[in-house]
Structure formats: structure tokens, C-alpha cells
Ligand binder design. Structure first.
Ligand code: OAD
Length: 241
């Protein structure tokens, strides 16, 4: 991925941070809220290194189910608005907490993935990761074709650090932003939630797109309430005029 600042000479530096809410209208369940995954499942049983060490089959069954759901999902107008921003705005940076790959499927090319990607697997022995889009997986838990060790989803679990390159790019983008869009995230999970605060402290204007208030709402200079598949394209159309 190119450095963040090398193409930012002209125009407003727009940075977007997305969360599960942007994929909700594509049929991908969010984590929190009335139908959220964390209402039905316990994160500590499914999304921690300890859970994987204890019961890799259970963890993989959950990820296999999510891969099936996401394989059927299509990007929505909010994902597409972000593709247009990347094409139109030099220096635009898209940071996502999502692991579903829908931004890339829509056509976004420069995506900073804070929490990894569920379409990649990683060998726990060799610490090597690669794309694996097979649905269903031939065996659960899947094993490394080279060494036979367990594979894990190449995602960030609770208690694990964000990959350092992704985090550095995200911090730099937040520091350099003039306009920071906070899209469909509950703003609860750190360190991702600190990015809009950093952007704000460095002088960016903050715009929040969400169905409801979040802990980040007080930071926002402008708030767009409603489904992001409608609000983001509307905001983008207005921004360009
Ligand atoms: P959450 O599920 O916590 O929050 C989703 C947010 O999207 C909520 O604030 C909703 O109000 C909003 N929302 C839902 N549908 C929407 C729609 N159609 N239009 C606009 N807003 C909508 O998801 P995240 O904030 O992404 O981490 O969660 C952050 C992290 O917590 C995830 O990356 C994941 C999770 O545990 C890990 O797995 C490490």
C-alpha cells in the first residue's frame, strides 16, 4: 500500500472510518444492538486467542458460518460512495474495522484494515497468511497444507494488537485529515475509537453517520442520522456540488 501522505497535495484530506453498520444493509449482522452478534454469542468464547486455544472447532464453526453469510452479501450504496471518494479525492484514506472484505468487493483499493480480514487464514505455526475464499471449508478446523498445524482466521481478536503497519497508517491519516467521516460504528472498541478523537485534536472536522447516538457523537460537527446506505450517498452528492 502506498504511503498516506504522498498523494495529498490538493484539496481537503478526507478520511473515513467504517464499522459493522456500513455492512448491515448488505445483510451482515452487526456486533451490538438489538440483533447484534454479541447479544447471541459471547465474545470471550469466540473472539479471543484463549477461546481458540481451548476450542478451535467451535471458533471455526462460528467463522465458517460468518463466511457463509458474507459470501452471499453484496456491497451497498454506502460502500460504493466510498469507492467514488477514493477516485475523486486525492489522499482519501479508508480505514475499516470490518473483516468482511465488502469495501474491496465494491472496488475500494486502498483500505486500511484494522481488524484483519475473514477471507484470509494464517498458519499458527509458520505465522504466514494467505487468502482462502472457500465456502464451505473442506475441514474444520482447517490445517496448514505445508506443516499440518492449525490455521486461524487472519483477524484481530480481543486482547491482540492491531497490525502495526495498519495502525501507523491509520494514525497518520487521522493526524493529517481535514474531514473525518465516522460511519456505522458504535465507537466503543479501542483503539479504533480513538482515531476520531485524534483527528479532532489535530483539527479535523468530524461527521458522524449512524442510526443513533454513540460515544463519538459529542465530537461530531455534523451528524447524519439514518441508514448509511441512504445518508452517505446523499452527503457525498452534496459534498461534490
Ligand atoms: P457495532 O456492532 O458495535 O456497531 C455498529 C454501529 O452501526 C452501531 O452504532 C449502529 O447504530 C450502527 N448501524 C447499524 N446499522 C446501521 C445502518 N444501516 N446505518 C447506519 N448505522 C448503522 O460494530 P463496530 O463499531 O464495527 O471487533 O464494532 C467494532 C468492533 O467490535 C468490531 O470490529 C469487532 C467488534 O467486536 C473485533 O472483532 C475485534
Amino acid at each position: 500500500m502506498a504511503g498516506v501522505s504522498d498523494s495529498m497535495e490538493f484539496g481537503p484530506r478526507v478520511v473515513a472510518l467504517t464499522g459493522a453498520g456500513i455492512s448491515a444493509e448488505s445483510g451482515v449482522p452487526t456486533f451490538r444492538g438489538p440483533d447484534g452478534l454479541w447479544g447471541r454469542y459471547r465474545p470471550e468464547e469466540l473472539a479471543t486467542p484463549e477461546a481458540f486455544a481451548r476450542d478451535p472447532v467451535r471458533v471455526w464453526e462460528w467463522y465458517a458460518w460468518r463466511r457463509e453469510v458474507i459470501a452471499r452479501a453484496q456491497p451497498n450504496p454506502a460502500h460504493r460512495a466510498l469507492v467514488e471518494m477514493e477516485a475523486a479525492l486525492p489522499g482519501f484514506v479508508l480505514i475499516t474495522q470490518n473483516v468482511d472484505g465488502l469495501h474491496q468487493q465494491a472496488g475500494s483499493r486502498r483500505v486500511v484494515e484494522l481488524h484483519g480480514n475473514l477471507w484470509r487464514v494464517r498458519c499458527v505455526q509458520e505465522d504466514r497468511a494467505w487468502e482462502d475464499r472457500r465456502v464451505p471449508l473442506p475441514e474444520i478446523p482447517p490445517r496448514c497444507p505445508t506443516c499440518g498445524a492449525l490455521l486461524r482466521p487472519d483477524v484481530v481478536w480481543f486482547g491482540e494488537p492491531i497490525p502495526s503497519e495498519a495502525w501507523q497508517l491509520a494514525v497518520q491519516a487521522a493526524q493529517e485529515a481535514n474531514l473525518f467521516l465516522v460511519i456505522g460504528t458504535s465507537g466503543i472498541v479501542e483503539p479504533a475509537a480513538s482515531l476520531p478523537r485524534l483527528a479532532r485534536a489535530c483539527g479535523a472536522r468530524i461527521i458522524e453517520f449512524n442510526l443513533e447516538d454513540t460515544p463519538l457523537t459529542p465530537l461530531a460537527d455534523e451528524v447524519w442520522r439514518g441508514p448509511v446506505g441512504e445518508t452517505l450517498p446523499r452527503w457525498w452528492a452534496r459534498f461534490q456540488t
